[in-house]
Write a protein that binds this ligand. Structure first.
Ligand code: AMP
Length: 272
């Protein structure tokens, strides 16, 4: 496994793999890898014969009051995990490597970028899409794997690719299921911030979401009262807009809230 930071080295390795007839699958991450990330890599390996994982904490998607500086970083431990499952390349660039011409926003999430996560984290999605587009330009993958855990992010990436006029050729986005701890708590790099008692509080999230059949009020009632709720809502996965009472079909129940200082997300795909 090669660990590289320069975009130039990456381009050489990718072009070499292509010359050998390989298809490329790409898994973008911010590191602090857990079994959720590893499951994405396994899916990437099943999709193509050359797997690139990026580890990059993107300053553009954090606002000034967020955890960019203290976001967990451990390249060595991450690289060991990725080597053990047979990743070909770890791309761990610096900010300068990713944005040599300055880190201006190049992608705009539009109205869906201002709702739910976007309402709580202004400009987060513009920064996220900007780095994903930049990474797609560098890696030129055939497949890219993203977790359903970040449902709004996944929606926006799928839309960006669909509307990109084949900027990344025939790139296919693969949506990977949410990996959970035994308790049902969705795995997240930010779970590292939780104390033992906060973890117990966080474990009520998935339990509560499963109450959806008796209504959103029942979901809220089941959440531990120590959770500071940002939103619980039912959205149409095709538009990411809130659904009304007449909706029938596949919907997404989305949650975000804070346990102590840690923001957590979860969601559940349901049929109404
Ligand atoms: P992050 O490192 O948090 O930016 O996440 C990198 C990728 O891993 C994103 O596509 C996430 O949606 C995905 N991911 C994070 N947590 C999980 C999880 N528990 N299950 C599945 N995918 C996940």
């Amino acid at each position: 496994m090669q660990i590289i930071s320069s975009a130039e080295d990456l381009a050489k390795i990718i072009s070499n793999a292509r010359q050998h007839g390989k298809q490329i699958a790409f898994v973008p991450t911010m590191g602090a890898l857990h079994d959720g990330h590893i499951s994405l890599v396994e899916i990437a390996k099943q999709s193509a014969d050359f797997v690139v994982v990026s580890i990059f904490v993107n300053p553009l998607q954090f606002s000034a009051n967020e955890d960019f500086d203290k976001y967990p970083r451990n390249l060595q431990a991450d690289a060991e995990k990725l080597a053990a499952i047979g990743v070909d390349v770890v791309f761990a660039p610096t900010v300068q490597d990713v944005y040599p011409n300055g880190d201006a926003i190049t992608q705009h999430a539009g109205p869906v970028g201002n709702t739910f996560e976007g309402a709580v984290r202004p400009e987060h999605f513009d920064g996220m899409l900007t780095v994903v587009a930049r990474l797609f330009d560098l890696v030129q993958p055939d497949f890219a794997v993203f977790g359903k855990k970040d449902a709004q992010q996944l929606f926006l990436i799928q839309r960006m690719v669909r509307e990109s006029n084949h900027r990344w050729n025939d790139l296919k986005i693969i949506a990977a299921p949410i990996i959970r701890e035994q308790s049902g708590l969705a795995m997240s790099s930010r779970n590292k911030y939780l104390s033992q008692s906060e973890r117990t509080i966080a474990e009520s999230i998935n339990v509560a979401l499963k109450q959806w059949q008796t209504g959103i009020a029942a979901v809220k009632a089941k959440l531990d009262p120590a959770i500071r709720l940002d939103y619980v809502a039912l959205v149409d996965p095709n538009t990411f807009e809130e659904i009304d009472d007449s909706f029938k079909g596949q919907a997404l129940l989305i949650f975000a809230g804070r346990v102590g200082n840690t923001r957590l997300l979860d969601n559940l795909s349901i049929t109404i």
